[in-house]
Design a protein around this ligand. Sequence first.
Ligand SMILES: [Zn+2]
Ligand SMILES: [Zn+2]
Ligand SMILES: [Zn+2]
Ligand SMILES: [Zn+2]
Length: 388
Amino acid sequence: MFKKRINMILIVFIMCICAIFETTCAVEGSVSAPPPEFCGGIEQPHTWGIWFIETYATCTAREQQYRICSNCDVKNYKEVGNPIGHEYDNNWVNTPATCTETGGLKRTCIRYGCTQKESQGEQTPILGHVLDWIITTASTCYDYGTQTRSCIREGCEYITDETQDVLPMEHDFQNYFSNDDATGTADGTKTANCENGCWTTNTINDDGSKLIAPSAPLGVSAQATYSIYITINWIYTSDINYFIIYRSTGSSDHFEYLAETSSTSYRDNEVSTNTKYHYIVTAIDNNNLESNESNAVSATTSPDAPSGVTATVIGNSIIVTWNPVEGASMYVVYTFTAGTFYIHDPNITQFARVYSGAVVGDYFSVTAFNATTNLESARSIQVYARVD
Ligand SMILES: [Zn+2]
Ligand SMILES: [Zn+2]
Ligand SMILES: [Zn+2]
Ligand SMILES: [Zn+2]
């Protein structure tokens, strides 16, 4: 740097001397010898071939020629002749003004690739560019983009070299889809993909999506039936997955799971005689949510069949006896030969029948009857006796 400046000062000084003496003088050392030619890595002249045309002359450019060294393939260029100038026909067209050209009658150079126009007559003024920022590289959610100050007039492609960064976009979450993870006790979540296509997702609480349990079954009834089971019926009109039946014996607050069914009726065959059963029913929906309990209903099974039944012959009578049955309000005695007899006092546990005439044998069985439930027990074992 320092050495260069010394040289510069020296040259200026010598030029001043020359100016003073008004002479033309070649300053020794300021014109360097032509650079040595290196051909094939050796300091020797190239062996040039003949000149070829590289590009023909155009409206505005001279013809370009080149030659090649046959020894090292280096190319050497020169320009020859003059540009050929524009060529117009007489097709004058009324053209609107643009950003850079006046409007009015114009004709265009007919040479291929040339857009030079020639104007004639009165011209409307040049419009000038209308500059604004145009995005040249879009920003993404993670990267800056670029915008360039450019002409926004239609048909104009003028672009300045002023560029600016464009801030990264913010994620744009719009269309949330449910993740179907709501439960009966908590809202679920929902997720959206960024609309800018950046593959980012956003998962948020899906407010109010908590599942609602189904309603409880209505119109529940329980009916005990002879020999012996209890049928529970209920009503349900909406779509449901299945029902659960709970049962309690004795008290009505110790319900235990009994069974499940998809119909609106259940027959409980696992019951004992002379027992009060309580039932409640719940509905389970397709989300496995259980409804509140239905009203509790109850039914009492029929009394036990009388045990200890005997038939004894005394004189011309047959006496039938049996053990008292809990829950009985009356007894029914069935005979083979004489039909059915009702004993309306639960404290009387015997029955006597007088037979007359010839030898008579008869069969007996006894049932207990509960007037409250209107249920009759199963029949006792059958006994036989004969009056001789
Ligand atoms: Zn060469
Ligand atoms: Zn031209
Ligand atoms: Zn423009
Ligand atoms: Zn995004």
